[in-house]
Design a binder for this molecule. Structure first.
Ligand code: ASP
Ligand code: MG
Length: 479
């Protein structure tokens, strides 16, 4: 018995035309696999330049502005969302009863949205818990519309809210699944549907706590939803449908010649997801690794392209030190704590990072030279000023005694990461990377190589970031 999980991202369900394309892909999958489960994102922005509606963004913006006392934005948002979903329903759902039922369900969800925003406005604040309930409405609407579109295309499909399937902790806005409970509930709900020949159309992004309060898995979390569901169903494969031909060697906005990578290991894709390539939610691969479930990233709008296959066996992708991809994160700051009095003094690093942790910031990269005279680390730029102030306070005695010279932020920084299995163990790769940067007169401010054998990360000035990515892209090898 084979099960395929097909996940469609926001652009794949952004309007009637895109959803029609999805129905073709699902039909094809239904003929190739015994069972198919669809997981959908909320409707994203369609290619139509008039369309500015990315549903999840709009929902969250409306909730936040309601908290600030604004009564107009959420009402305008409601109208935009109603128009977008009703247009898709009218174009795709041909059975009139079904059309009416789905329209009513969408209107009920939008009524709920308006009521929630109205109370947020009265309260003057929006809690993470309320934001999750509001943010998840986009997936609930999309799943209903897509299930209706599939039924009209002759495929027996039924929308399912993942609040019935994925049980999470209560860390609102980036909840973690409780896998045992999720396995129990998902199998109990979906297996009988599959047995009856139905295609469940499950909402991505959302789950619920054990007591039933809606949560979300974090922005971009529908990818993660699909792999959680695949893992608990012991599925054979996950297809992650997006709007590009798979995972690219780098950002095509910087390098138009960027190519699709045929295969990547789980570790390589994790490094890429973490370091700025917005391919998959960073947790996507985790549930699949243990079960060895392959994932293929494919293009909804170019479905014959093979896309990118993510594999787990170490030898499946030759770990010969080939550079596969270059990623970049902009808008970061490099913070340095430096001073000759730090040398050999235990506890400076611990105090530095506990101070950073107290600001609620996560650190993207760390580097310390063996002379121990400085520690530098990278954080999102918006957090830098706060962190510098907090560190100056933590180390005020050391600064007064000149043991620490100071705490400084280099604000125009970017992180570049070079990804490829085995690159940090292969002699000569670092030489080629840094040699290339040298030839282009691009200065490197800090390097971190230790974290994983398949990535080398370093800091360059943000205004040289694109130049560095372009130059390094010549080192990627066809694979
Ligand atoms: N709709 C959610 C978001 O925009 C989840 C997703 O699309 O993966 O973050
Ligand atoms: Mg996504």
């Amino acid at each position: 018995m084979s099960i395929a999980v097909l996940k469609f991202g926001g652009t794949s369900v952004s309007d009637a035309q895109a959803m029609r394309q999805v129905t073709h892909i699902v039909r094809e999958a239904v003929s190739s696999y015994d069972h198919v489960v669809v997981v959908t994102s909320a409707m994203g922005k369609s290619p139509d330049p008039q369309d500015t509606v990315k549903v999840t963004d709009l929902l969250l913006n409306a909730a936040r502005s309601a908290a600030g006392g604004d009564a107009d934005t959420y009402q305008r948002t409601r109208r935009l969302l109603a128009d977008k979903h009703h247009a898709a329903i009218d174009a795709l759902v041909t059975n009139l009863d079904d059309r009416r039922d789905i329209s009513n369900e969408v209107d009920d969800l939008l009524d709920g949205f308006e009521a929630l925003c109205a109370s947020v406005r009265v309260l003057g604040e929006v809690t993470p818990r309320a934001l999750d309930t509001i943010a998840g409405l986009g997936e609930r609407m999309a799943a209903r519309v897509l299930a209706g579109a599939l039924r009209s295309a002759g495929i027996s499909a039924e929308a399912v809210d993942a609040t019935e399937l994925i049980v999470t902790n209560d860390r609102y806005q980036s909840a973690s699944p409780l896998m045992d409970l999720t396995r129990e509930r998902t199998r109990a709900r979906l297996l009988p549907m599959l047995e009856r020949g139905l295609v469940p159309v499950v909402t991505g992004f959302i789950g619920a706590t054990q007591s039933g309060v809606p949560t979300t898995l974090g922005r971009g979390g529908s990818d993660y939803s699909a792999s959680i569901i695949a893992a608990v169903l012991d599925a054979d494969i996950v297809f992650n449908y997006t709007d590009v031909d798979g995972v690219l060697t780098t950002d095509p906005r910087i390098v138009p010649e960027a190519r699709t990578i045929a295969t990547l290991t789980a570790q390589e894709i994790s490094e890429m997801a973490y370091f700025g390539a917005s391919v998959l939610h960073p947790m996507t691969i985790t549930p699949l690794i243990e079960k060895n479930i392959p994932l293929r990233v494919k293009n909804t709008f170019n479905p014959t392209h093979p896309g990118t296959l993510i594999v787990y066996q170490a030898d499946a992708s030759k770990a010969d030190g080939a550079i596969k991809a270059i990623t970049a994160i902009k808008n970061v700051s490099l913070i340095t704590v430096a001073g000759s009095g730090m040398k050999g003094v235990p506890g400076i690093a611990a105090r530095t990072f506990s101070t950073v942790a107290r600001t609620g910031t996560s650190v993207l990269m760390i580097s310390q030279a063996s002379s121990e005279q400085s520690i530098c680390f990278v954080v999102p730029r918006a957090a830098a000023a706060n962190i510098v102030a907090a560190l100056k306070e933590t180390f005020q005695d050391e600064i007064a005694h000149r043991e620490i010279d100071g705490v400084e932020a280099f604000d125009r920084a970017s992180i570049i990461t070079v990804v490829g299995a085995g690159i940090s163990e292969t002699p000569g790769v670092s030489g080629r990377v840094f040699g290339t940067l040298g030839e282009h007169h691009i200065n490197v401010y800090a390097i971190a190589q230790g974290s994983s054998e398949c990535a080398i990360s370093f800091i360059v000035a943000e205004d040289r970031c694109d130049d560095a990515v372009r130059a390094l892209h010549f080192l990627t090898q066809p694979c």
